[in-house]
Design a protein around this ligand. Sequence first.
Ligand code: ADP
Ligand code: ASP
Ligand code: MG
Length: 412
Amino acid sequence: MNKVIVQKYGGSSVADTDKIMNIAKRIKMNVVRNEKVVVVVSAMGKTTDNLIKLAGNITDTPSRREMDMLLSTGEQVSIALLAIALHKLNLKAISLTGMQVGITTDSSFSSARILDIKPFVLRNHLKNNDVIIVAGFQGVDKDRNITTLGRGGSDTSAVALAAALKAERCEIYTDVDGVYTTDPRVVKDARKIDTITYDDMLELSSFGAKVMHSRSIEIAKRFNVKLEVRSSFNNKPGTIIYKETKGMEDLTVTGISFKNDEAKITIAGVPDSPGVAAGIFKSLSDNSINVDMIVQSASQKGINDISFTVLASDVKSAVEHLNNVVKKIKAGRVYSDKDISVVSIVGIGMKSHPGVAWKMFDILARQKINIQMISTSEIKISCAIARKDMTRAVKGLHKGFKLDRAGMKLKR
Ligand code: ADP
Ligand code: ASP
Ligand code: MG
């Protein structure tokens, strides 16, 4: 069979029928070059947001199963329209839903994980078609419920299909020219990165860079999928994401990401005894509330303060549950601040360069930005700060680490 490539087009790239027609023309160029194309598309423009609003007009607490049923319809519209556009160009194309291609997931509605894809269904269709269009973001669980993979999840559908088909490459088409040193909408002189490691990209996307869904990078790394992020509006080379890049280790910081939807919770006066932290976090876990950064202060007279971040949208329910736990464990009060952002600097080169943390804190201090919490991994440092300081922090760090130029190289 001809080479198979996977392409994914995001919401802004299929926002109207003219754009869909343009994409069909781009896909035709691949077919002319004798490539078989598996295309994954997102819902048109703001469709997913609008569907969420519709449900919100009815209730604040819709069933999670029905939300996935609702949101999956967005992608179904785009796959059919793209198939119709490809037919107009005389290409043999067929559109298929996640269920039709056998994308099986677990049953965690709204954040389902892909368990299995049966490539033979796709291979059969590829015998009779030049292009197969698959609905992104969706799958089906073992009880045949429709599931979705979480916001931005079409990237993960595309990479998982590329892995299952052992595709030649996976191209992610979006509304920017590639992966930048930070969100180009926030920092004007952000620079496009030509090549980036899976590890750096994973940290950037896990900590807020929504250009790629973080789980797509996990899959790409595990199955060694050759990934490129590029624009659907021009033909410029994009960003290649792969295992390792020569010279990469010289750069201390590759990029900066941020999350603007965090909240901080502090429990004061927590008794310093085994099992107390477990009790606190079990109550959050039992209620599907994810916790990010956790800081416990040194014990004084047998009591601690514990602070952590959760999504701002979870803070109300988290505080309600924690108020019950606090009574049981005889802790003090629960405080919360829902206007928190987390800014992270990421770079594989940090491993071998001391002084990066100091530099980050110094840049923030010079701008009089107070750091409320810190967490680190081998290749990332995150600071929780007040949301009002976010843009200043990102701009300052971008400049301070010279990301507007070639990036900062520290002497070993
Ligand atoms: P799509 O609909 O194509 O999936 P997304 O909106 O999910 O597109 O992702 C693209 C957006 O990600 C860009 O418009 C940009 O604002 C944002 N973004 C955030 N961080 C970065 C980054 N480091 N590099 C490029 N884009 C970024
Ligand atoms: N349509 C979904 C969303 O808006 C999935 C995606 O675009 O990747 O989140
Ligand atoms: Mg996206």
